[in-house]
Design a protein around this ligand. Structure first.
Ligand code: SF4
Ligand code: SF4
Length: 234
């Protein structure tokens, strides 16, 4: 329906399925039928995705975007042919870049898991809408995306501070928090999409959710040691 619906994760999934190139065709800029101007979202998403591709060693030319109307048949045909030609010249994905098939899959899986985090961190830039296309050239820099993906944060529940109020586990959008009544809550780092909801939701008087960066997340408390002993019952 709209190029703005093409999520970053769709593009990464296409590459992980082995597609050699992805081309997105959107309506002409400023001619969107809706107030949302989804084609601008598609453009910023593509620019971000290209930097992510560079970060994992993929040639960013494998992703293309252009804007046209339903009446631009010839333009569409020309662009499609041009793009296909370029992708054929680039050759099979990964092989041309010297990345092993399995390694590429795992890199793409790693970064796909971070999509909600990346989108949240770059939300403001992803929503930018400039009148001049040249202003988009340096919207995202390689250094910026490299550091974003290098210094990924994690969330960790401090077992000493957790009071098992269960607010975080109820609000976690991906059910990544194991808990229950009177049980210290624990984040499953494999499931966590780093949305930060638990950090926001944990009542300040407990302040049990910590943000961790640049060091490993401590191991989870063993299941048999998760029961909270209230002071009054000690
Ligand atoms: S950051 Fe917290 S709320 Fe968000 S997915 Fe991870 S555990 Fe769940
Ligand atoms: S919101 Fe905070 S105190 Fe409540 S269960 Fe989660 S981590 Fe523990």
């Amino acid at each position: 329906m709209c190029s703005g619906r093409v999520d970053l994760s769709f593009v990464l999934r296409a590459f992980s399925k082995g597609l050699d190139g992805v081309f997105i065709g959107g309506c002409r800029l400023n001619e969107c039928n809706y107030v949302t101007h989804g084609n601008y979202h598609a453009l910023t998403m593509v620019l971000l995705c290209k930097k992510i591709m560079e970060h994992i060693g993929l040639n960013p030319d494998r992703l293309g975007i252009d804007f046209m109307s339903a009446g631009d048949g010839i333009h569409f045909a020309e662009i499609s042919n041009e793009f296909s030609k370029k992708i054929k010249e680039l050759g099979p994905i990964g092989k041309s870049e010297g990345i092993d098939k399995e390694e590429l899959k795992s890199k793409l899986a790693e970064v796909t898991k971070l999509v909600p985090y990346i989108k949240m961190q770059k939300n403001e830039k992803l929503s930018s809408r400039f009148s001049n296309l040249q202003d988009y050239e340096n919207l995202f820099t390689s250094e910026e995306i490299d550091s974003l993906l290098r210094d990924v944060i994690s969330y960790y529940i401090d077992p000493v501070k957790c009071q098992a109020c269960m607010i975080c586990s109820k609000r976690c959008p991906v059910e990544a928090i194991a808990g229950g009544k009177n049980l210290i809550h624990v984040i499953d780092q494999e499931k966590c999409i780093k949305c930060g909801t638990c950090f926001e939701a944990c009542p300040p008087r407990f302040g049990a959710v910590n943000v961790i960066s640049g060091r490993p997340v401590p191991p989870p408390v063993p299941e048999e040691k998760r029961t909270i002993v209230r002071k009054s019952k000690e």
